[in-house]
Every structure is written in C-alpha cells, then in structure tokens.
Design a protein around this ligand. Structure first.
Ligand SMILES: [Zn+2]
Length: 152
C-alpha cells in the first residue's frame, strides 16, 4: 500500500489525519517519478499537504508562481538579447538562436527544480468533506483575490 506523505514536513499521515489536501499530480511530479523509477528509487507515495502545513504551502506555491513569471520573462529577454537583436540587424544565425533557447530552457528548469511547489487539488471538493481549516484557508484566498483586484 502506498503511504500518504506530507510534502512539507515529510511525515507520514495516519488514517485519522483530517484536513490534509492531496497534491495535484502534474508534469513535474510525473517527471520526478519516472526519473526515480529509472533508478529504482520510486516510493510511489501519495502526496499530501498536512493540515498544519496548508498555509505555509500556499505561501510557497504563491511565491513559486510569482517567481516563474519573473523567470519566464528573464528567459524571453535572454532569447531576445542573444538572437532577436542580431536578427534585427540582419545577422540571424540558427546556432545562436538555438543556444539562446537552450539557455532559456535551462534557466527555467533550474528554477523549477529548486523552487517547485506543486498545486493542490481543488479546495471545493475538500470543503465539503472536512474541517474549518480548509475553509479559512479558502477564505483567505478569496480575500487575497479581492485585494489583488483592488490593486488593479
Ligand atoms: Zn506536514
């Protein structure tokens, strides 16, 4: 049987643990799994965020999303500087273009590897099932959303 493990504190959740939220299975997690499988290190644990870590994880996730935006922008700038500008001057070189794309992809990959915080499964389904903690986290999210709109 696969174990249920919290990705923040790495503790195993027992069956009585409430308010834990399952982590969404996404490209990055699947990639990590398949790499681990190759090295026969796959644990096939079910990944959760435990109740205590929900807030911490949401902050981490938000930070990650923000950083990915910035880093994608940096990657685009790298490509433009290294190959777009010379191309405008009529000196387009495929090799330079390819290597600038390569550098950009590397930059993004590094960011993902070191800063990754996976998404959690939709809170609506969990709210029906469980406790107030999830609901307060959700309220906070809504409040943040409102605040964001206010700033715009
Ligand atoms: Zn935890």
């Amino acid at each position: 049987m696969p174990k249920k493990v919290c990705i923040m504190c790495h503790q195993e959740l027992n069956s009585a643990a409430t308010g834990a939220v399952r982590v969404k299975d996404d490209v990055v997690i699947r990639a990590i799994r398949s790499v681990k499988k190759v090295f026969r290190a796959a644990q096939n644990n079910e990944l959760f965020v435990c109740q205590n870590d929900l807030e911490k994880h949401q902050e981490k996730r938000k930070r990650f999303e923000k950083e990915m935006l910035i880093i994608s922008a940096i990657a685009v700038i790298i490509v433009i500087l290294l190959s777009g500008l010379p191309a405008l001057a009529g000196r387009f070189q495929l090799s330079v273009f390819m290597s600038s794309i390569f550098i950009a992809v590397l930059v993004i990959l590094f960011a993902v590897v070191f800063r990754y915080a996976p998404a959690m499964e939709g809170t609506s389904r969990i709210a029906a099932k469980t406790t107030t903690v999830v609901r307060t986290v959700k309220n906070k999210k809504d409040k943040n959303k409102k605040a964001e709109k206010g700033r715009i």
